[in-house]
Design a protein around this ligand. Structure first.
Ligand code: NAD
Length: 498
């Protein structure tokens, strides 16, 4: 059985804790590897390595650090096929989607290639007599990232791509369910010229996370995962004096106004609702048609499309989506479908009994479609994270905008309309962090920034883009005066510009 290894101080290192977790191939249901669950000592050895590497790496000038990022980006492109294959074999998303996962991470590396420009401070000449003021952004030191299973390439790169380019050193604790890609990324970063100790990956569970959260040498923690854990990370990290950004769960709504292009809406809902088996924090699990007529027509058109969805192994180029990540996760999603039926929602397409010939042990389920879901139901209130789309109907715009605005999550939302006024008003008023206008998955590009509101994000700085640079640096402001030949004597009054 293949044993996945940690990547510490520039080397693959076998786990020594004696604890491991099975890593599956979700397409076949077979255990394909063991993921080591790091002990506190193993995590500390990664932090030691990062601490040791920090003085030299932070002293490398930004242009040279950028050259490492350029080379790393080239290596990602050269290794795209292998990375995508490894990723989909552990996660279960289809190959084309796995490539998208690597590509979206690569785009953050492209952003990080501009780090010399991004780190430029501000300067005021002549702020007072002989006085100049300037600011600089300095790296924090050792920083850490804790990542979820659903984007094993993109999300680690959201974090370490920006962090190491800023001059920090990094400890990544990826999801224990599919940790091979993050380890491989660290190897490629070394190959690109990243010095040993700058980027470390330790695979593990709560013990590893708690060691990161309590070690005083770790200055900042970035987290992406479910909301309960995000809140725990935020509170524990902050109580231990760290800077923390912690992204949580989601329940993204698509509002469909009566003037929307319904053909396009149906295409987009199928892709955003069922792509990656719904295991995306920017999936659309709730569609809100406005007016009964729009709802009836939408459901009529969606039913055959959901029935026709092609579910297959992640290697099947014709599959729309693959299996769920684990049998346990599939059981949770199926449990929600049962709850929805009990709560009285209409299950108009039932994918619970789906089985794939030749792959009976894989973690598959078919697409499900609920109609007449209400805001009181648990299947509306909670994140399901599977191939389940709910239709929650609204009578008018006000009722529709209230739904995502009052929901506990506020990651993404979309509105479909041809009416510029309605779209503009929606974008202005909706209480959600990322908005799509006729765009189903409004994931901002790397040079913008990613982050939701309410229980979808704890902390106040988003991922990547200029906000990422802010998160991974501290601002220093210098006020300087060079002798002007005039002595003013001591002053006991606060200096002002009066
Ligand atoms: P998860 O919360 O189970 O795990 C995330 C990380 O936390 C993993 O590295 C895991 O090892 C660690 N962890 C789990 N339990 C822990 C505990 N008790 N104490 C300390 N650490 C713990 O999330 P997941 O199932 O891997 O990922 C899916 C979730 O991530 C969904 O809720 C999804 O919405 C969310 N997500 C959010 C975003 C976003 O940007 N908002 C992006 C992707 C995924």
């Amino acid at each position: 059985m293949r044993e996945i290894q940690h990547f510490i101080n520039g080397k693959l290192v076998a786990g020594t804790s004696g604890r491991t977790l099975d890593v599956y191939n979700p397409s076949t249901g077979e255990v394909q590897a063991k993921s080591p669950l790091a002990s506190a000592d193993e995590v500390r050895s990664a932090i030691d390595a990062a601490q040791k590497a920090f003085p030299a790496w932070s002293a490398v000038n930004p242009q040279r650090r950028a050259r490492v990022m350029f080379k790393f980006k080239d290596l990602l492109e050269q290794n795209m096929d292998d990375l995508a294959a490894l990723l989909s074999s552990e996660h279960g998303k289809v190959l084309a989607d796995a490539k998208g996962d690597v590509q979206r991470g690569l785009e953050v590396i492209e952003f990080a290639c501009g780090i010399p420009h991004l780190l430029k401070g501000e300067y005021t000449q002549g702020a007072g007599p002989g006085i100049d003021m300037y600011s600089m952004r300095q790296p924090l030191g050792v920083v850490a990232g804790i990542t979820p299973f659903n984007f094993p390439a993109m999300i680690p790169m959201w974090m370490f791509g920006v962090a190491v380019a800023c001059g920090n050193t990094f400890v990544c604790k990826p999801s224990e369910k599919d940790p091979s890609v993050p380890v491989r990324l660290a190897e490629l970063f070394m190959e690109a010229g990243g010095p040993e100790g700058v980027l470390n990956v330790v695979t593990g569970d709560k013990e590893a996370v708690d060691t990161i959260l309590t070690d005083p040498r770790v200055k900042a923690v970035s987290f992406v995962g479910s909301s309960a854990i995000a809140q725990y990370i935020y509170e524990t990290g902050a109580a231990n004096g760290k800077r923390v950004q912690a992204m949580g769960g989601a329940k993204n709504h698509a509002i469909i106004m009566p003037d929307a292009d319904l053909d396009r809406v149906v295409d987009d809902l199928i892709g955003a609702g069922y792509g990656s088996a719904g295991e995306r924090c920017m999936a659309i699990p709730v569609a809100v048609p406005v007016t009964k007529a729009v709802g009836d027509e939408l459901v009529k058109r969606l039913i055959p499309r959901v029935e026709e969805l092609r579910v297959g192994p992640s290697t099947d180029p014709d599959a729309d989506f693959g299996p769920m990540v684990t049998a346990e996760h599939r059981a949770k999603v199926l449990g929600y479908v049962d709850i929805g039926v009990k709560e009285g929602a209409d299950l108009v397409v039932d994918g619970r009994g789906f089985s794939l010939q030749g792959y009976e042990d894989g973690f598959y389920m078919g697409g499900c479609l609920f109609d007449n879901v209400t805001t009181k139901m648990d299947i509306y209130k909670e994140e399901i994270f599977g191939p389940v789309l709910s239709i929650a109907r609204a009578d008018d715009f006000e009722q529709a905008i209230a739904m995502p605005s009052t929901h506990q999550y506020g990651n993404g939302v979309a509105i479909y309309t041809r009416d510029g006024d309605a779209a503009r008003e929606f974008a202005d008023r909706v209480n959600v962090g990322m908005v799509g206008i006729n765009v189903p998955i409004p994931v901002p590009l790397a040079y913008h920034t990613f982050g939701g509101w309410k229980r979808s994000a704890f902390g106040d700085t988003n991922q990547h883009g200029p906000e990422g640079v802010k998160f991974y640096t501290k601002l220093k402001t210098v006020t300087s005066r060079w002798p002007t030949g005039v002595r003013e004597g001591s002053s006991f009054v606060i200096p002002t510009m009066k």
